[in-house]
Design a protein around this ligand. Structure first.
Ligand SMILES: Nc1ncnc2c1ncn2[C@@H]1O[C@H](COP(=O)(O)OP(=O)(O)OP(=O)(O)O)[C@@H](O)[C@H]1O
Ligand SMILES: [Mg+2]
Length: 261
């Protein structure tokens, strides 16, 4: 990844109040380039998930603008909003809640492509006519054996379920994938394996990520740039190599302690 890569997502002065008047997100600006992982961390309640939900159009924003590939969302119509939602995929903390318990894995993983094959990435185009083969290919990309395609969510481990959701997210080669605490419900070994997988997929496919986590070691491992939120605002924002600078926010200094201990 170089700094010359195109900007995939840009956010300026984004503000979100909840009805109590509290600003959960307060005047936040940042951008993410193609192939980049932006790590977002900060204490509980600082506004990270609210920001993610605003980007995913799950919350209305009060002020500010979001651009996807230079297109502002303020002027977006309903049809384009649907397309925008497909371009932004999300993987959340609890994989069981994100999978329909009544669907076999093959139907969950193929759902975005069943809706529209138009966005199929090059690596699937030749085999898309054979739905089973395409699903097996996606499963192989996330390290899952093909026989799991016939199982229901409760017949998989948490780590396997999260891999299914990652396979579904990459199936239409989205512009950006938002991960909100994607490994928080997994044991330490599964966490490390999922992070390795995410990094490999990013390298192979040139994906862009917003990676939200309290786990400072994970944020450091995954990210090219790191952003720290506090009370809805961006308290610090820096390239990973600048972590060692004296002027860093105290929360960033905690990141350093993770490696010193
Ligand atoms: N639906 C809601 N209505 C009112 N206030 C909300 C709502 N959702 C979140 N908040 C408040 O907005 C603030 C930010 O919450 P948010 O969930 O974005 O924090 P977070 O940084 O993701 O925290 P965590 O690290 O615990 O996941 C908190 O003060 C929270 O109580
Ligand atoms: Mg959160």
């Amino acid at each position: 990844m170089t700094r010359k890569e195109e900007t995939v997502l840009a956010v300026s002065n984004l503000t979100k109040h909840y009805s109590c008047g509290h600003k959960a997100v307060d005047n936040v600006s940042f951008s993410i380039r193609k192939g980049e992982c932006l790590g977002l961390t900060g204490e509980s309640g600082s506004g990270k998930s609210t920001l993610a939900r605003c980007l995913l159009l799950l919350e209305n924003i009060d002020q500010g603008e979001i651009w996807l590939h230079q297109h502002p969302l303020s002027s977006i119509n309903k049809k384009d909003a649907r397309l925008y939602r497909r371009k932004l995929q999300a993987v959340f903390q609890n994989p069981a809640a994100s999978l329909n318990p009544k669907l076999k894995m093959i139907d969950s993983v193929m759902e975005p492509l069943d809706v529209s094959k138009k966005d199929a990435p090059l690596f699937l185009r030749g085999i898309l006519a054979n739905r089973r083969l395409a699903a097996e290919h996606l499963f192989a990309m996330v390290g899952l054996p093909p026989h799991l395609l016939d199982r229901y969510p409760h017949e998989l481990s948490g780590g396997q379920r999260q891999r299914v959701l990652i396979a579904r997210a990459i199936s239409i080669e989205p512009s950006l994938i938002i991960f909100d605490e994607p490994t928080a419900s997994l044991d330490v070994t599964s966490q490390a394996k999922i992070l390795d997988l995410l990094k490999d997929l990013q390298d192979e496919m040139g994906l862009s990520y917003l990676f939200i986590s309290h786990d400072l070691a994970a944020v450091h491992f995954m990210s090219h740039h790191i952003m720290i939120m506090k009370d809805g605002q961006i308290a610090d924002q820096f390239a990973k190599e600048e972590l060692f600078s004296e002027k860093r926010h105290p929360y960033a200094k905690k990141l350093l302690q993770v490696f010193e201990s």
